[in-house]
Design a protein around this ligand. Structure first.
Ligand SMILES: Nc1nc2c(ncn2[C@@H]2O[C@H](COP(=O)(O)OP(=O)(O)OP(=O)(O)O)[C@@H](O)[C@H]2O)c(=O)[nH]1
Ligand SMILES: [Zn+2]
Length: 365
């Protein structure tokens, strides 16, 4: 399990006093043997909030990092003042090897595909079943990004109470052949909180059916939550982490930079459960799409274990979406089992998501 999930030993976000003197404050040794390891919780205007042994430290990059930048979820080595607080700055001298990276797509404002979260285990795609309508292509893109990054996908379908019974969405059927775990959530019948989007003080007081199922799947993991505006992601985050606002508020106290308004991802710890199990969610405001340009189709196929055996019949460099593709014969021979044809269709739909235009997935489109 990642450091984020197993290292932190206090659920309360606070600056622990008396750090001074707990570590020799001698001049740095060349290789920073005295560095301490922490985990990046959020990034705001070049300032990194890093959790070190249960307290928060503000850090900046040391010159020797060169062009390398740490991201949320990174384990980093810190030197300097690690006591935390607005005027106390540590320096990041090293980024530890990453176990996974999730990339955001380049867009008009930023032409570079950037890593947004490191070391996550799971990608939680939050989509409303109604209001707004589900966007299957956006879900497909998320799944491809998850598979490529080595993250386990989880689909959370919200607002089941808003489904038009005359016209139910077909997303549930679409994802069944993919074996992606799905949790359906809704407001409880007895949820009495006025549903007024402008009144954010009520966020998190909603009773959401299915939230405990989601929590169970988040336990012991670092999960990145993505979803378009209005799908209910904040409502879900507030139900899972009742003091989410407080946690981001603490980050601001520590950075001394006012409200957390940056578009950076932020890692929030789930309340420790009865069995002492931990988990983290990484909320990603403003993340609309993922970098799929460099994805190797074979990497996606490896997530379809019953199809992977057919790769031997493919021509070199097969796109797996062409006439010569060996997967068709493999499936036709029955070696992929009875679900083979549906699985191959789903695989191809995902592979096409890499190259299809994304206009309709954009929130402003
Ligand atoms: N009926 C119903 N409404 C929901 C449910 N979940 C969230 N909502 C409502 O949907 C609206 C949008 O929810 P938010 O949590 O703000 O959505 P978001 O995805 O965080 O969107 P942004 O804040 O724009 O990023 C709010 O009015 C919520 O109260 C649900 O399960 N059922
Ligand atoms: Zn092929």
């Amino acid at each position: 399990m990642s450091r984020l999930a197993d290292r932190y030993d206090e659920s309360d976000v606070r600056v622990r006093p008396g750090r001074r003197g707990s570590r020799p404050r001698t001049k740095e040794r060349p290789r920073h043997e005295d560095a301490v390891i922490g985990t990046v919780i959020t990034v705001d205007r070049g300032r990194y909030t890093v959790r070190v042994e249960g307290h928060l430290v503000i850090a900046m990059r040391a010159r020797e990092l060169g062009r390398k930048a740490a991201v949320v979820g990174d384990d980093v080595a810190l030197v300097g003042d690690i006591r935390g607080g607005p005027d106390r700055l540590a320096r990041i001298v090293r980024i530890e090897p990453r176990r996974s990276v999730l990339r955001r797509t380049a867009d008009d404002t930023d032409p570079v595909e950037r890593v947004i979260v490191a070391n996550a285990d799971q990608l939680v795609v939050v989509t409303a079943l109604a209001d707004p309508e589900p966007r299957p292509r956006m879900i497909d893109r998320c799944l491809v990004a998850a598979y490529d990054a080595g993250l386990t996908p989880l689909l959370v379908l919200t607002k089941a109470d808003r489904i038009d019974p005359e016209n139910p969405p077909d997303v549930l059927d679409m994802y069944r052949p993919l074996d992606v775990p799905v949790v359906v959530t809704s407001f409880a019948d007895d949820d009495v909180v006025p549903d007024d989007a402008s009144d954010t003080t009520h966020l998190g007081r909603h009773r959401i059916v299915g939230v405990e199922e989601v929590r169970e799947l988040l336990t012991g993991r670092v999960s990145v939550l993505v979803g378009h505006s209005g799908v209910g992601k904040s409502t879900l985050v507030n139900a899972l982490v009742p003091d989410a606002d407080r946690a981001t508020g603490h980050v601001n106290d520590v950075t001394g930079r006012g409200r957390h308004t940056s578009t950076s991802a932020i890692a929030l710890e789930l309340p420790v459960d009865d069995e002492g199990r931990r988990g983290w969610i990484v909320d990603t405001p403003g993340v609309r799409s993922f970098g799929l340009a460099h994805i190797d189709p074979d990497r996606i196929v490896t997530h379809f274990s019953e199809l992977a055996g057919g790769l031997d019949g493919c021509p070199r460099g097969c796109s797996h979406d062409e006439e010569e593709c060996g997967l068709d014969a493999w499936v036709a021979s029955g070696q992929a089992g009875p679900a083979g044809p549906a699985r191959l269709d789903s695989l191809r739909r995902l592979l096409r998501a890499r190259t299809e235009p994304r206009e309709h997935d954009r929130p402003d489109a």
